[in-house]
Structure formats: structure tokens, C-alpha cells
Design a protein around this ligand. Sequence first.
Ligand code: C2O
Ligand code: CU
Length: 570
Amino acid sequence: MTTGSVLAFDLLAAILAAAGWLGAGATAVAGPRRVAMAVGAAALAATLARAATTILLARAGWWFAAEKVVIAGPLMLAAVLVAGPRLLRPAPVPFLFAGYALTAGLLVTVLHGYPVSAGAGLLAVAGVAGATALTWRFLGSGPVPRTAVVVAVAALVAGIGAAATAGAVPGVPHAHQHRDVLTVGEPAKRFTLTAGTAVVPAGDRDVAAWAFNGQVPGPQLTATVGDVLEVTLRNRDIGRGVTLHWHGYDVPNSQDGVPGVTQDVVLPGREFVYRFRADRAGTYWYHTHAASDVGVRMGLYGVLVIHPKPATGVDVTVPVHTLAGVPLPAPAVQPVAAGDPVRLRLINTDNTTHRYALAGTPFRVVAIDGSDLRGPAPLSETAVLIPAGGRYDLAFTAPDTPVALDVDGRVVWSSGPVSAATGGWPVLDPLTYGTAEPPPWSRYDREFTLVLDRGVDLRGLLPRYAHTVNGAADPDIPSQVVRFGEIVELRIVNRSLVVHPWHLHGHHVLVLSRDGRPATGGPLWLDSFDVRPGEVWEVAFRADNPGMWANHCHNLPHADAGMTLHLIYG
Ligand code: C2O
Ligand code: CU
């Protein structure tokens, strides 16, 4: 069983146990004795199941189990000790006590999570003691025991105190405006992108969109290694403002396009000129980073391809996007001559993973996220999963029969009709693909762990159920500070129930391991990778691009709901 499924089972057991004890208490008040006994027994079984999932999660990593062991565990133990002996003689107060204890343990996991805090533990105890005292008052025999009241009041006071003092987390250091004039040489390639509202065709209808130069995706920007690119961004009428972020292209910080961090947002009627040297061949994309969730979804994105010196063969870009519920691009049929080298550049500009399958020919995955792979072997009848923001380049020599590429079962590009059922194909694991090479570093100067979760964020104007990193949400997640030249190890742990496609700006990370198993394929340099529920990724990078960089989940609604932090050079 994967850690992700244990996380799901744990939640289920916690809900059943809490509901079970509360139900047993209610039936002990009003229902038949046998029913109360049966419900109590089921609640006990669910409680033991949660104890088991807690142990399994602790073995998978402390990040997954900390609050379950430290806070929910003692509460579960107390519940079993108090309610267990009453299973044959059902009584409301012990069963309801167990119900409160299990509910408190469940809430600590769902609302608070990692890391454990004294405040959360004390508030849980206060809640259980207070609810038990009240229950006793109405259902118990004799006066409310002093201890319950004293524990409730003391824990409540201490808990509020602890929670309030824990609020002193450093916020994002004040945005730094890099205004350095870039001396990159005479631009060889000039483009102008004008952002504006537009009505564009999608599938067989017209939809309202936000577009660059009136089209979705925006114009494809193409350059050759060595070119200097100059891109003028204008905003016609996007009220929330726009910027350009070169996703996967490690530009100097001042050109990175993150509003409030590397530049001011470009408001209607304004412009901003980006300039950088194209020194790295590969497949990239650009998108607005202002109100990025809605901006990208509405269509403010496009493709950036940097070709190596002599570009050869058939070169096709397939930027996948969902616009107003319509999957893009529209299917294209492009005949290719047998023997022609073909390169398909697959780009996922959506918020969630897509599955791509190429039928009718063996192929190689020659690059991921703009980095060539080492020794990629031919694959056939194998699908690839591309995370949000990620790119895979597939290469093959055109056979004399047609080939077809589908995305989630929908053909998007083909050279003729192909009938193939690709749905059952195995999926490539890039961590075992290609030929290995010893890692370039043997020691790390710095190490960071990011534990991804959900939790209640009370720091803003309104409380929200945020996507959190180490228990905090943007802008309260402490920045990671590195020094130029350091080798930095980053561990990313997903203890939530959803996938988080991780994306660090300005750097490519080398994948070291996933779930403790080292990557055994060719060196994998990524800028976007899916950390699935229960997974632990270890990656590393060289701090060689000074500035202040966004580091966030590329499921952009998550980034917006708290899952964004910053890497800064100190
Ligand atoms: Cu493609 Cu910060 O994003
Ligand atoms: Cu996410």
C-alpha cells in the first residue's frame, strides 16, 4: 500500500472512529442497549484502525504522523481506556468522551497538521475536557468533576497563549526591485505581446478569453541559441495587470516576471520590456504571473522554443490547455514523409497532470523540461505523464505508416488515421529512464524540507483553508536563504491528499531520490515535477542565479491559496 493510500485510510478511520463513538454515546442515551454495544464495538475497531495507520505513517516518515502520534495518539489511548471497559455496559458519558477525543484528534490532522504545535495540542485537550464537563452536567450522575473543568480552563488559556506567540513567523522580506539594465547585447529577435480581453474560437464555439495578440495560446516565440530576445509586453485592458514569466527558462532575476518580487505588475496602458540571451536550447513556455491562476486559465500563455544551431527535421509543438472547459489544441493532421526526423514538444499548461501516448512508432523521450536526457532508450506502447508546467520532447523517425499522439485519450496530432487503444499502456518512470552518471556533487551546503499540506490559516483578514508549506501559508512561509555557489538539497514531502506539481523559479533541480529510492536513470534536471500524496522527493540545485525567486506549487489555485514561498540569496 502506498503512503498516499495510507493517508486516505487514516482520514477515513479517523472520521469513522469519531462518528462511531459519538453515535454510540447517542444510542446509549436514547437507543436500545444492543445497538449501543454494537456501535461502540465498531467505533473501537475504527479507533484501532487509526492507531494502525498512525504507526504505518510514522514508519513512512515523521512528517506524515507527527501530530497523530503526539496529539491524537494520547487522546485515542484515553478514549480506549475510558470507553473500552464500558462496551458491555454502555453509558453515554464515557462513549461521548471517546467521541470528543477522536474528533479532536481528527480536527488536529485536518485543520492543523504538520508541524506539531503545543497550541494545537492544548486546544484539543481543552475542547475534549470542556465538552466532557458539559456532557456530565446534563447526562452524568453527580456534580461535574472539578478536574474536567480545571483541565478545560487551564488548557484553553495555555493553548490560546501558545497559538498567539507561535504567530511570530518572519514574513516575506520586502520585495526587492531589481532595476539593473541588462547588458545582453543587441537583440536579434524582437517580439511584442499585447495582453487584452478577446473572444477566441475553442472547439466549435467562441469563448471569452484573455489573450496575447488576440490569440490563445499567444504567438509562439522561437529563437536560436545565441540570439538575444527582446519581448515588449503591453497591457491593453487586463485590469488585474499582467507580466511575463519564462517558465523553465532560467533568466536573470530582473526578467523573471513575478509581480511584487522582480517587477511591478504591468497595468492597462503600460508596458515592460524583457531582454535575455537564449543560451539554452529546449522547450519552454511563457505566461502571466500576475493573478496567475485566473490569468493563465483565461489564456495568457504561449510557447517559447529555443532551437539548437542547425535546426533539422519536423518540429511540432503541442501546448495542452483547457480553455473554458474546451481542451486545446484542436486536433491537427500533418502528413510527414517516411524517414523524416520528427520532434514533438509536449507542454502541459494546465493545473493538473495529463497523460500523453504516441501510437504507431517507437520513440525516445529526448528531453524533459528543456534538458536533454542521457542515453534515452526507444520506447513503444508507453505513455508519459506530464505535470502541470512540465515539458517532454519526444523524437522518432517517421515510419511509412501513420502515427498519432493522444492526450488523455483525445488525438491532438497525427500524420494520418491510427487505431490504437492506448489507455492500458504502462507509464514511463523518468527516474529509471536513460543511462546513469555519477551525481556532480557529493555534499550539500544546505538542506531544506518542505512539508505540503492543508490547514486553517488565521493570519489574513478572513480565515481560510489554505494549502500550506510547513504549516504556514503565503505570505507567512519563511523564505529559504542561500548563498551564491552553494549546493542546496531540497526535500519535498506531500502529506496532503492531492498532487502538488512543484516549481522553483530560476533554477533546475537534479532529482536525487523519490520515497528514499535513488534515481537510477540518466540525470534528470527538472523545473516542474509532481509530488503525489505520500511522496517524498529529494532534489538538489546549485545556487548560481542570484535574486529573489518564487518557489511554488504549479497547480495555480493552490499557489494562490497559500502554497508559495521564496528562495533568496543572502
Ligand atoms: Cu509557471 Cu511561478 O510559474
Ligand atoms: Cu498544489
